[in-house]
Design a protein around this ligand. Structure first.
Ligand SMILES: [Mg+2]
Length: 181
């Protein structure tokens, strides 16, 4: 124990103060950002629910179909994985919404509320960031399926590339990696 006197409960020893600060820091949760489309959200499941006329009309830009984001199901294991990871990490949604589909911005918020709840118990309560510049967000990890889009390539933390052909092919592999960190 440090022999230096304390004044008003505070040590005069800079080493002790540094050690206290360091232990407080280590208790803080690391920041983990999670993309939506094809990471949390099964994009194809929304496409599969469109009628033929709409599918043909928006053939080459299906993400512009009004309301399509409200139709999508979660990716397999995503909801359970988020609850597990929330025990250890400070979670945020970090997703992009199509510029020419205003309903997508609203649908994404409603999707998160539907699958994770809309009150303070939700792991994403007031933690949704919709941005075309993901590199501007400061954090430790980002789970994303598009490593070279919307600033992901310049994200300063570690990017976990997600998808069937990526290093992290499903939510089980993500949880296994992150819960060991
Ligand atoms: Mg995506």
């Amino acid at each position: 124990m440090c022999a230096k006197q304390t004044i008003g409960g505070k040590s005069e020893c800079s080493f002790c103060n540094f050690a206290t600060l360091k232990s407080q820091k280590s208790m803080e949760k690391k920041i983990l950002y999670i993309d939506m489309d094809n990471v949390l959200v099964n994009f194809q499941s929304g496409i599969d629910k469109l009628d033929e006329k709409t599918s043909a009309e928006y053939k080459d830009h299906l993400d512009d179909v009004p309301g399509i984001f409200a139709l999508m199901d979660p990716m397999k294991g995503a909801v359970e994985a988020v609850h597990r990871l929330s025990e250890k990490y400070d979670l945020y949604i970090l997703s992009t919404a199509p510029w020419n589909n205003p309903t997508a911005w609203c649908d994404k918020l409603n999707w998160v509320k539907k699958h994770f709840g809309g009150d303070k118990d939700s792991p994403f309560y007031k933690r949704i960031i919709l941005s075309h510049h993901k590199n501007l967000c400061r954090g430790d990890y980002l789970i994303d399926d598009r490593p070279h889009k919307c600033g992901v390539e310049d994200f300063k933390g570690k990017v976990l590339h997600f998808g069937p052909d990526r290093k992290y092919k499903d939510w089980d592999s993500v949880v296994e990696y992150l819960m060991k960190k």
